[in-house]
Design a protein around this ligand. Structure first.
Ligand SMILES: Cc1ncc(C[n+]2csc(CCOP(=O)(O)OP(=O)(O)O)c2C)c(N)n1
Ligand SMILES: [Mg+2]
Length: 314
């Protein structure tokens, strides 16, 4: 892989973003059993690199369309941590005013126009955003981010067909953790979506556990979309560390995870230290900043009000 051409500060920013998402997951693991978050959670533990590597190539006005597994994408696209944490705690200051929870996050200011728990549904919403950009002659990109399970849905194939026909600036981002809930890909998906996509749009591939690999591939894919105005496909195999939903570790016998080798954060740490882009002291400083930001966000959430039941009266 070609090493991305970035300034040292940009490498460190990727590190901080990965850590911010991971630290939130770890907080959820700590408190979830206490019933303080009345929302199902689909954690992004181990999968952080896909969203971070792609979003580092996007502008604020570019759109990211998310499914049910939202935390990494929302934060990487720029949603303030406080807004997401308050939403998880069910407070009115949350990104969806407490009505959405983990699966329905909303922050149009940062290109997050709502996420969908209908598997595959958000892919078409991303295409709609791409159509809107195209009709307005804007050179923005819409990213539809989805899992291998969503590739089983007709809407996935229809969306790619339409985006290619109408030449829309859409990045189809496959975050492939090889699982649809507990079902392995070999049992739920026959074709290789990237191989088929490659017949009608430029197709890219990245190691989804390596943020630099994702950054580089997304950089090329986004460059292609901005140059041609048409769609591209990016396939990122990754690993899900937790069960599909909730806070228990994955224990499917056919899933093998090495928490050091497969960890996007440790991978980047090794690269930063090995190439002298950061010192251990600098990384420690970033970790402290991220911990403080999470503590502030949790305090903000806990001090925020729950919704007033009267708002539900018609
Ligand atoms: C249309 C539809 N069918 C089924 C479900 C139930 N469901 C929720 S998540 C999920 C698996 C999705 O797998 P994938 O798209 O690979 O995403 P991942 O959870 O792996 O991130 C399923 C089947 C749903 N929410 N919507
Ligand atoms: Mg999956």
């Amino acid at each position: 892989m070609e090493t991305p051409r970035m300034k040292p500060a940009e490498f460190l920013d990727l590190y901080e973003q990965l850590l911010r998402i991971r630290t939130l997951s770890e907080h959820i693991l700590e408190v979830y059993q206490d019933d303080v978050m009345e929302t199902p959670v689909h954690l992004t533990l181990g999968q952080e690199a896909v969203a971070v590597g792609v979003c580092a190539n996007l502008d604020k006005d570019d759109v990211l369309s998310l499914g049910h597994r939202t935390h990494a994408g929302a934060l990487a696209k720029g949603m303030p941590l406080k807004a997401l944490v308050a939403e998880l705690y069910g407070r009115t200051t949350g990104c969806s005013g407490s009505y959405g929870g983990s699966m329905h996050v909303y922050d149009p200011e940062h290109g997050l126009h709502g996420s969908s728990a209908i598997v595959g549904g958000n892919i078409a919403l991303g295409v709609g955003a791409g159509l809107s950009f195209s009709l307005q002659s804007k050179d923005n990109i819409a990213v539809s981010m989805f899992g291998d399970g969503a590739c089983d849905a007709g809407v996935f194939w229809e969306s790619m067909n339409y985006a290619a026909l109408a030449k829309l600036p859409v990045l189809f981002l496959l975050e492939d953790n090889t699982l649809s809930n507990v079902m392995p890909k070999s049992k739920h998906l026959f074709p290789d979506p990237a191989a088929i996509a490659s017949h009608f749009m430029p197709t890219f591939f990245a190691d989804g556990t390596d943020v630099l690999s994702v950054y580089q591939a997304a950089n090329e894919a986004c460059g292609e979309i901005r140059r041609t105005g048409g769609p591209a496909f990016l396939h990122c195999p990754t690993k899900r560390w937790m069960k599909h939903q909730g806070v228990e570790e994955e224990d499917l016998p056919f899933i093998h995870i090495d928490r050091s080798k497969d960890c996007p954060i440790q991978k980047l740490e090794r690269y930063l230290l090995g190439s002298h882009l950061a010192t251990p002291g600098k990384l420690k400083e970033i970790r402290a900043r991220v911990d403080q930001a999470l503590a502030d966000a949790v305090r903000f959430a806990k001090e925020s009000p729950y919704p007033n039941p009267e708002v539900l009266e018609v």
